[in-house]
Ligand binder design. Structure first.
Ligand code: ATP
Ligand code: MG
Length: 257
């Protein structure tokens, strides 16, 4: 995939970022850039600051110091992030359990639904119909269109993760943040997820993947950033990261290796 030089350069820029919680430094002096066509993994032991970094990129938290810029602009809220083209999934699945799978996906598309109902406009109704069609299409892409009318809380966990991923895709993101999407999945589900993430990336969406499943990371990512105690300790391709003594030391004694 060929990226336009200037857009790629300023796509996502994390510059000297620190985030403190009280006296605790969850992130410190973190800087990196992500081009618009990348599939990059962020790894690191528990508590390294990975989810905090996602919260900063997605506008859910602001940095104590430094800047996060997406396509040249700072993102101040989750709504701004969504409007700018950033979508995410959560480490702990966040679905409306009592709503159908389809409605959970359509929630992610924002606006339109309520207004079309109130105004009863033909064009608004048509828009709603198209949104519904698109949501079904996206559910079909991940193999769960047959579950569209099921309450999301009643389907198996692995498929709930796919609903969350589909909801993120329904916003038509340019950047997709996946926070441990394989956690709680079995080997077959993880393999299927890997194929789905690769396909999303091939459609032109930049992906940032936080994941503890190292075989999935090594298999998918073209670049890996390693966080330890809030600091970026390595940045390179999978081969280089696997051979890095500092990375090996960071994982020593942890079950992930
Ligand atoms: N809202 C918060 N308030 C206080 N401390 C927080 C908050 N969010 C994160 N932290 C702390 O910041 C540090 C980094 O947490 P974070 O969740 O970003 O780690 P992580 O790399 O995602 O870990 P894991 O692999 O377990 O998900 C941890 O010590 C955590 O306790
Ligand atoms: Mg986390």
């Amino acid at each position: 995939m060929i990226s336009v030089m200037s857009e790629g350069d300023s796509f996502l820029e994390v510059q000297q970022v620190a985030r403190h919680f009280g006296g605790q430094r969850a992130l410190n002096e973190v800087s990196f850039r992500i081009p618009d066509d990348s599939l990059t993994a962020i790894i690191g032991p528990n508590g390294a600051g990975k989810t905090t970094l996602f919260n900063l990129i997605a506008g859910a938290l602001s940095p104590t110091r430094g800047h996060v810029r997406f396509r040249g602009r700072q993102i101040a809220s989750p709504n701004q992030a969504c409007a700018a083209g950033i979508a995410r999934t959560f480490q702990n699945v966040r679905l409306f359990g009592g709503l159908t799978v389809l409605d959970n996906v359509m929630v992610g598309r924002g606006g339109g639904g309520l207004m079309s109902g109130l105004l009863g406009l033909q064009s608004a109704r048509e828009q709603e119909r198209l949104r519904r069609k698109k949501a079904i299409y996206l559910l079909d892409n991940v193999g769960i269109a047959h579950l569209a009318s099921h309450p999301a809380g009643e389907i198996p966990f692995g498929q709930q993760r796919l609903v969350e991923l589909t909801r993120a895709m329904a916003t038509e993101p340019k950047l997709l943040l996946l926070d441990e999407p394989a956690a709680g999945l079995n080997a077959t589900e993880t393999a299927a997820l890997g194929r789905i993430v690769r396909q999303i990336h091939q459609q032109g969406v930049a992906v940032l993947l936080v994941e503890h499943d190292m075989s999935l990371v090594m298999n998918l990512a073209e670049r890996i950033l390693v966080l330890e105690h809030g600091r970026l300790i390595a940045d390179g391709d999978p081969g280089r990261i696997q051979a890095d003594p500092q990375v090996r030391a960071a994982y020593l004694g942890s079950e992930e290796t």
